[in-house]
Design a protein around this ligand. Structure first.
Ligand code: SF4
Length: 151
């Protein structure tokens, strides 16, 4: 079972989508400079059950187009079940992971994927030099340029 903090609705993390974003706790990667150290403890937050997810999807029914998970791939079966639950409701799915690759079985349930650990010297998605990539999986398009500030 995965734990997560309370979700929030976000507009920028997945361009063109209105996403319900869950910060899943228990990330094992321990990137230096991580902005979410309070999420490293897998006991932080509360259980992300199917009922809890359904409850939040019902609250924002008609508004959401996507559900975004910040992490959770370290418990593959638990995350898979949640992704499938989201798709059964006709919504898109996105995973932000600090890993470079994830198993194909997870890829098959995702519409968007952000990969790569946090590297302070390279910056996040808003940096043209970032090691991180946000990809629309339907056509392999990198969405990174959408995060770059216009001069
Ligand atoms: S992957 Fe993200 S949450 Fe995990 S340690 Fe790295 S920056 Fe923090």
């Amino acid at each position: 079972m995965l734990n997560a903090f309370e979700p929030r609705v976000v507009l920028q993390e997945v361009p063109g989508e209105v996403s319900l974003a869950w910060l899943v706790t228990g990330c094992p990667l321990a990137c230096p400079g991580c902005h979410s150290r309070d999420s490293w403890d897998p006991r932080a937050g509360s259980a992300l059950t199917a009922a809890r997810l359904d409850d939040w999807l019902a609250r924002y029914q008609g508004l959401l187009t996507c559900v975004l998970f910040f992490g959770g791939e370290w418990q593959r079966e638990a995350l898979l079940a949640l992704l499938r639950q989201v798709r059964r409701q006709g919504l898109k799915t996105c995973l932000y992971t600090g890993r470079e690759r994830i198993p194909d079985v997870l890829l098959a349930e995702l519409d968007y994927l952000k990969t790569g650990p946090w590297r302070a010297a390279l910056g996040g998605l808003d940096s043209p030099h970032s090691n991180q990539r946000l990809v629309r999986l339907s056509d392999g398009e990198s969405l990174n340029p959408l995060f770059w500030r216009k001069p």
